[in-house]
Design a protein around this ligand. Sequence first.
Ligand SMILES: Cc1cc2nc3c(=O)[nH]c(=O)nc-3n(C[C@H](O)[C@H](O)[C@H](O)COP(=O)(O)OP(=O)(O)OC[C@H]3O[C@@H](n4cnc5c(N)ncnc54)[C@H](O)[C@@H]3O)c2cc1C
Length: 283
Amino acid sequence: MTEDTISFELSATQREMVMSVRRLAQERFRDRWRQWQDGAFPWENMHDLAEIGVLSMSVPQAYGGLAMSVLDAALVLEELAKVCYVTAMAVLGEVGTQTRMIAHFAPEDIKQDILPRVASGDAVLSICMTEPDAGTDLGRIRTKAIRSDGELMLSGTKTLISRADVAEGFVVFARIGDIPGIDGLGGVYVKRDTPGMTVNTAYHTIGGEYLSEVVFDGCRIPESHLLVDSGGFRDLISAFNIQRCMNASISLGLGVGALEESIRYMRSRKAYEKRIGDFQGMR
Ligand SMILES: Cc1cc2nc3c(=O)[nH]c(=O)nc-3n(C[C@H](O)[C@H](O)[C@H](O)COP(=O)(O)OP(=O)(O)OC[C@H]3O[C@@H](n4cnc5c(N)ncnc54)[C@H](O)[C@@H]3O)c2cc1C
């Protein structure tokens, strides 16, 4: 390899990590996947993953984490998605954007409160970005946080939010003040059960998980819970771009898992005294 060539080889440590996640997923999660199809959150799997350090991957070492790379997290998610989509999506929240935003932008008290419990699998975080009228085009976000007497007053409606039924904390993209478009966007941290906040579990997806509507109606939150002020869209979106890579990784894992399952079935299922995989049209 020359100095200006990128190596796509995985390191020995990465291979070892992938193998230990693969073993756990294949031995324990494969048989449990049906349990989560009714929208139940896979706590049992999360605690198993916490034991081998997976949920600590995005948590800084100072808070009991392993501070591993985005590539490491993507490799783990691919393995999980091969066997259980719901578990992969649950882990995405822990190794993805929300945890990294807390680690980078939150004040010390929030970090100390939530990050060690994310690492141990005891706390889950949600990210609230999408609104009924603002999906890809985030400049249309209407949820607004207004400064008032040392607090922020948050109002607005978010939709299609993963894990909102179980999350303890919410990273919310909102307009901070009155500046229109993406320049006015920032991010705040909201604790579950903040007065004025309601979570309505709205959609049961084909993958099994629930997506919720989250309403903030004049929620008063400490100004110190402002993670990113208006004008910080670049910070918000670079944090969210991590999620995009990880979504691709989950999709890849799902595809590989589906292919492996099909091959297994074609090798075992028989028709006309032959394995169905022996018919030309099945190849
Ligand atoms: C399983 C699942 C989990 C989710 N979890 C969360 C979550 O936890 N938190 C959260 O905030 N959101 C979540 N979402 C919502 C998700 O972020 C949005 O669905 C996504 O941002 C797209 O927004 P939209 O659905 O409003 O689509 P729209 O923005 O209405 O887009 C519709 C279509 O138009 C295309 N399009 C839009 N603009 C352009 C353009 N400029 N050029 C070309 N094509 C374009 C889009 O690609 C898309 O195909 C989740 C969604 C799903 C499906």
